[in-house]
Design a protein around this ligand. Structure first.
Ligand code: PEP
Ligand code: MN
Length: 340
């Protein structure tokens, strides 16, 4: 749906010519002639209408879309919330699902130890990066394919489904085979080729918000995946860039109620990357659950000072256990269940 406002002096023939142009595109047009100003109301599929080109018409004053450009992700056309099923567990309405694990998989001992610890404390899924998007090419890039195999060993020992980040479409096949949830990182949120490819996969996708992306841009990225046929997308708020430098990013709590109003997709929060500081993870996790998040993603490492990536924001298994006890009360307060 769109509205085109004509300039006060627009001639009747100019208005008619424009209306016919839209009709030729298969769009229904209603013309309202007011005192000194006319508007065209466009109803139907206006996805092919180019707002910029309409503005080139000298008789046009303004053009507005009065409907969101996302369809499949839109709550208006899909009022019931989506619950994403992952093996024995799920993410969505009525529950709080906790995903925990190290930033990167480092060794068999490390990932199995962390997996057993977070499972004992009540996490429902294990995370671990095998392919790491690092700012510097000289930083640890992850164990790559071997990391996925170590995650599978940890899964075999704990039963926890595994979440890992994909960075390139060339790995879709191996991720399809080995992981339970495919993560798209903040840096790749607008890698449209990658979004199209994971849209063809059968595995659920955890889509992080881009470093400086609006809600609409983020939902449009989810729309790419849904349009490809994959309906299982979990959105993850992980903090955005602002002028504040005290924290690594700024956690946008408003994203939770806003996204829930705009879309039916579940929303989880990653307080680890949002804050960049382990001591801030607990209050932000509590706030996320209080604001209605469907889950949280927490970095946990068995030896944070020696972690190869993101040690400063990682909780120890003991700290994670304390966090789980603390959030239990908040989950109850929200009338929700901690998802096993
Ligand atoms: C991660 O989850 O380890 C990660 C790299 O996150 P983000 O893409 O949000 O920075
Ligand atoms: Mn990390």
């Amino acid at each position: 749906m769109m509205v085109v406002v004509m300039k006060p002096g627009a001639q009747r023939r100019e208005i008619e010519a424009l209306a016919n142009q839209f009709k030729d595109m298969g769009v229904d047009v209603g013309v309202t002639n007011g005192v000194g100003c006319s508007i065209l109301g466009l109803v139907g599929d206006t996805s092919q209408v180019d707002m910029g080109k309409i503005m080139l018409n000298p008789a046009v004053d303004r053009v507005m879309r009065v409907q969101e450009p996302y369809k499949k992700a839109n709550r208006k056309f899909h009022p019931e919330p989506t619950v994403v099923k992952v093996g024995p567990t799920q993410v969505g309405e009525g529950g709080v699902t906790v995903i925990a694990g190290p930033c990167s998989v480092e060794s068999e001992n490390q990932i199995v130890d962390v997996a057993q610890a977070v499972k004992k404390s009540g996490a429902a899924m294990l995370r671990g990066g095998a392919f790491k998007p690092r700012t510097s090419p000289y930083s640890f890039q992850g164990l790559e394919a071997e990391g996925l195999d170590l995650l599978l060993e940890a899964k075999a020992k704990t039963g926890l489904p595994i979440v890992s980040e994909i960075m390139s479409p060339k790995f879709c096949e191996v991720f399809e085979e080995k992981v339970d949830v495919v993560q798209i990182g903040a840096r790749n949120m607008q890698n449209f080729d990658l979004l199209k490819e994971v849209g063809r996969m059968s595995k659920p996708v955890l889509l992080k918000r881009g470093l400086a992306s609006s809600y609409e841009e983020w939902i449009m990225s989810a729309e790419y995946i849904l349009a490809g046929g994959n309906q299982n997308v979990i959105l993850c708020e992980r903090g955005i860039r602002t002028f504040e430098t005290y924290t690594r990013n700024t956690l946008d709590i408003s994203a939770i109620p806003a996204i829930k109003r705009m879309s039916h997709l579940p929303v989880i929060v990653d307080p680890s990357h949002a804050s960049g500081a382990s001591w801030m993870v607990e209050p932000l996790a509590m706030a996320a659950i209080a604001a209605g998040a469907d889950g949280i993603l927490i970095e946990v490492h068995n030896d944070p000072p020696h972690a190869r990536c993101d040690g400063q924001q990682s909780l120890t298994p003991v700290q994670f256990d304390a966090l789980m006890k603390k959030i239990g009360g908040m989950v109850d307060l929200m009338g929700k269940e901690l998802v096993k």
